[in-house]
Ligand binder design. Sequence first.
Ligand SMILES: Nc1ncnc2c1ncn2[C@@H]1O[C@H](COP(=O)(O)OP(=O)(O)OP(=O)(O)O)[C@@H](O)[C@H]1O
Ligand SMILES: [Mg+2]
Length: 271
Amino acid sequence: MKQQTTDPILEVQAVRFRYPDGSVGLDGCSLAIQRGSRTALLGANGAGKSTLFLHLNGILRPMSGAVLFEGLPVDYGRQGLHHLRSRVGLVFQNPDRQLFSARVREDISFGPLNLGLDAGTVRNRVEEALLAVGMTACADKPVHNLSFGQKKRVCIAGVLAMQAELAQILDRLHAEGMTVIIATHDMDYAYQWADVLAIMDTGICAASWDAAQLPAYLDQLEGFGVGVPRVAEMHKALAACGLFGPDLPAVRSHSELLDAIAKMAAVGSRP
Ligand SMILES: Nc1ncnc2c1ncn2[C@@H]1O[C@H](COP(=O)(O)OP(=O)(O)OP(=O)(O)O)[C@@H](O)[C@H]1O
Ligand SMILES: [Mg+2]
């Protein structure tokens, strides 16, 4: 049995936040992030993931509830915020388009340039990504002039242009001892990468599970409508056929699933 670690580096406690137009960003959200852990925040569009992130480094301030860093409530004075932000960094995949009104090619370059890739590599990546999403002809248009569907394609191109490096960088930062939290819609990646899966749902953190225990929570996860990791689904289906015993150890990647099947097949073929 794994030892329960309780050394939260960051905590949000019953945080409520409304945007100026009245929209509820967080509705009593509580979550503890363990020091040195990898946490993936999952949840539908508008569930509150970005709003939660903006609270973690003090860009937004709770209207009620509290944010704690290293066990102490955040001090929202100038020095307090400076200290917090020197320890808690926030990286967005795309800059706020309203602020920058970048052209399509610039927008897609932003992520890979931020990751420190050289200009030549970035140029090639960006052209490939433009081609992949069929936006080469729009490369010099300002993003804010595009249709909704075209903006979505630009977003996808931005991710395509840097995804492999992003995964490597997340692994490296964690190996160096950093606590890493990501917000993602990619359940397969989250399950393979994270120690903890936190599910956001309409302004609250509805669940926070140890990824290694996920098989036990698969039915609950299905209820949240955020998708189910494909390997976990397959593992469960194979167990239902009697290939695995009832107490499923978590199988978190394609290669782990293949290993588990091979092991079972070897046991099954014994005389
Ligand atoms: N600047 C804003 N002004 C008004 N309402 C906002 C603003 N930003 C977010 N909201 C609202 O707050 C709620 C939470 O949004 P948030 O952006 O945190 O969701 P999210 O989980 O990050 O979604 P996504 O997966 O689409 O990034 C939503 O109802 C959203 O419409
Ligand atoms: Mg968001």
